[in-house]
Design a protein around this ligand. Sequence first.
Ligand code: URA
Length: 436
Amino acid sequence: MSFLPQTLIRKKRDGVPLSEAELRFFIAGVTDESISAYQVSAMLMAIYFRGLSDSELATWADAMLHSGDVLDLSQIKRPKVDKHSTGGVGDKISLPLAPAVAACGVAVPMVSGRGLGHTGGTLDKLESIPGFSVNLDISTFTRLVDTLGLCLIGQTGEIAPADKRLYALRDVTATVESIPLIASSIMSKKLAEGIDALVLDCKVGDGAFMKDIEQARKLALAIQVIGRAAGKPVTAVLTDMNAPIGKMIGNALEVAESIEVLHGGGPEDTRELTVVLGGEMLQAAGVASSAEDGQRRIEQVLDNGAAAQCFARLIEAQGGDPAVVERADKVLPKAKSVEDIVSTRAGKVCSIAAQDVGVASLWLGAGRRRAEDGVDPAVGIELCVRVGDTVEVGTPLARLHHNDKGVAEARELAGTAFAIGETATRPTTRVLEVLR
Ligand code: URA
């Protein structure tokens, strides 16, 4: 069936619901570029203001998903569950989480992204392990998910090409910040992985896309609407992203910290997020009787070495040096220099602005400003204090690991990221809410 794009734009502009045929026609025109960029942009703005009803949203996302390749992992008998994070600073959780969940008998087919802006990307972190390749073909990916229970790669082939065009236009037409557009963008790519269920880590706070909990809840609910319509249940965990996660921000530094978690240690919040998200994944997969049961199983494989062994097998299978799991300090690249940033006040650490720390590490070269930029795997920022700690004048707050690039900018930003005051309370948990 054929329609005039301007008729559909006018309907959406005036709040008239679009039919399934109209929505599918529009996404087909986005994909094959038969609808012009200015008409797509006008529709995006109409959606920005009018939103999409639940049924419109489910159809829009399904049409985006089927605009490109969809993996078929049906020959893998184990349940297949993935986690998606909306992006945070120091968010290395996929690294300890995927092997821990796989060690509990669930397959994790993880197609990840690269970092852009102030948040890091799982692929960049993995590539800091010498030899590790994220560019595997689909048959190798499927074989590793089947035999090892996990594989972590970048996008292959043409996954959701409609999203590529929509995202590029949203970026330049002030329509990125729309809940239905964000939800459909995320889900069109995640559902293409051939998963049975998804756990969403929806970040809330200074370092996140969603600055407040109401917005985060709305995004989580929109994603659940799309998942339900596709028959793929989504559990949403809303987590605090005000301070950076863990102590390390930067690619190799975050791999080293993830390995600590895989050996049963690591910072409390990093372990907590791994255990909570892993517990939800095991419950969603049906291998745990409850999220609490799932959490206990994840704790077990972190503490008994099974998750670390699984990570070593994955690294070896993807061409990396598995010795990193036992000797991270010897195997991972190191920056040439370190420089401490010290406190100029005595008092309590009231907050650590995640966004500033993320941008500071980007200046050092750990992240990229444009998609085509490279990253320096060795550089980044190590936090020496946590919110709630007491500091004196001269106490180190952060350590810059650098290779002489962007140091002045990083020093200034990281220096102002720490608010020192009279009183401070350390949050007891990162987990704000779970929506099942
Ligand atoms: N991540 C995505 O993949 N798409 C968005 O629109 C926002 C975040």
